[in-house]
Design a binder for this molecule. Structure first.
Ligand code: CA
Length: 220
């Protein structure tokens, strides 16, 4: 799952990016608010982790610009200041959740999963469609109750397809979910991962709509 991390502290940003990756999040990392504001106009993220104290444009400014543009991407605010006015201001400005530094990585990952889940209208932590189950927290997948081994990128593709079951997802959207800015995209990578997923889950579950994208069949 691709998220945007906005944090100007090099050490903390570096640690969060690596830690989030370990938890299954591809985090694009930006160090100032203005860059974040611009990125959020063009890129599609599952969620944003936003520091409040940022150069060029502070976190609240980013948040107001985002919500002002009608963008409902879930935002979790990081604050160094454990003061009630800061949290209230953040939430009132459109944040969905907040964490006070120092950040507990497991808690951050769990809160992000909850935000993404709620944004997708799902209250249950397990994604389940037509006999395929995915547990994003435990990084486990099942086919008709039997565990299936999925490497991280196959897992990421399946997670995006399941969250959008019955809807067409373009190859570009799948590529964006797979890769951060620091990684190149191999031209046929998505096709290869889809091929592996079909072999493991059953060929009929994922449909190819030529020239448009992919669709995870939702049983009637
Ligand atoms: Ca800061």
């Amino acid at each position: 799952m691709r998220i945007l991390l906005v944090e100007d502290d090099e050490l903390l940003g570096d640690g969060l990016q690596a830690g989030l990756r370990h938890c299954g999040f591809q985090a694009d990392w930006l160090r100032d608010g203005e860059s974040a504001r611009i990125a959020l106009q063009s890129e599609d993220y599952a969620a944003v982790v936003l520091d409040l104290g940022l150069p060029r444009l502070d976190g609240l400014g980013v948040l107001r610009a985002l919500r002002g543009a009608g963008n409902a991407t879930p935002v979790l605010v990081l604050t160094a200041r454990d003061t009630t006015p800061d949290k209230v201001l953040g939430l009132d400005s459109g944040a969905d959740d907040y964490l006070v530094k120092p950040i507990d990585l497991d808690e951050l990952a769990a809160r992000l999963r909850a935000l993404v889940r709620r944004a997708g209208g799902q209250a249950a932590p397990i994604l389940s469609v037509g006999g395929i189950e995915l547990d994003p927290a435990g990084r486990r997948a099942y086919r008709d109750g039997t565990a299936v081994e999925l490497p991280a990128k196959e897992f990421a593709i399946l997670e995006l397809l399941l969250r959008n079951a019955g809807k067409v997802i373009s190859r570009g959207q799948l590529e964006a979910a797979l890769y951060g800015w620091d990684e190149g995209v191999e031209s046929n990578a998505v096709e290869v991962y889809i091929h592996h997923l079909r072999r493991k889950l059953g060929a009929e579950r994922i449909r190819t709509l030529r020239g448009i994208g992919y669709l995870f069949e939702k049983p009637a």
